[in-house]
Design a protein around this ligand. Structure first.
Ligand SMILES: [Zn+2]
Ligand SMILES: [Zn+2]
Length: 151
């Protein structure tokens, strides 16, 4: 499910998984919560709470940004979604909870997934005597589109 284009069917499967998990863990399933999860599952853009809010409010006009933010925090606390901490103030959210790394463009603030771990050699085992179980890298740089605009 990593880099492939997300089909509507895949998104709905994720939503069904989410609803099942809510029921299992005693988390309330509300139409709003399902909508927030669906918006996140449908994108690879690692949206901020505000970006999700802007989509949700077109069909849930009474929802507040605070509610969206708290809902995302609740999901994250239950391990349903993950948070990408960027260098910037706004947390960015991710429906993908398996281990993967991120490329962050310092210019347009785009966050891209990076699943290629093989090129990264941390050598922490040797240097610090620390047994590495996994890592989540945030690699900062300038994306291809921004580089092309500058040149
Ligand atoms: Zn960029
Ligand atoms: Zn990601």
């Amino acid at each position: 499910m990593s880099m492939e284009i997300k089909t509507q069917r895949w998104v709905e499967q994720q939503v069904q998984w989410f609803i099942g998990l809510c029921k299992e863990t005693g988390m309330k399933v509300t139409p709003q919560r399902v909508a927030i999860y669906r918006e996140l599952a449908a994108t690879d853009e690692h949206p901020s709470a505000e970006a999700i809010f802007n989509k949700i409010k077109t069909y849930f006009p009474n929802v507040s940004l605070t509610t969206v933010y708290r809902t995302l925090e609740t999901f994250e606390g239950r391990g349903v979604i993950s948070v990408v901490n960027t260098l910037y103030n706004a947390a960015r959210w991710d429906a993908k909870t398996e281990q993967h790394n991120h490329l962050v463009c310092v210019s347009c603030k785009k966050v891209e997934d990076l699943y290629d771990d093989t090129s990264v050699n941390l050598e922490l085992d040797n240097k610090k005597g620390f047994r590495v179980l996994g890592y989540n890298l945030l690699i900062n740089g300038i994306c291809k589109e921004c580089q092309e605009m500058r040149s």
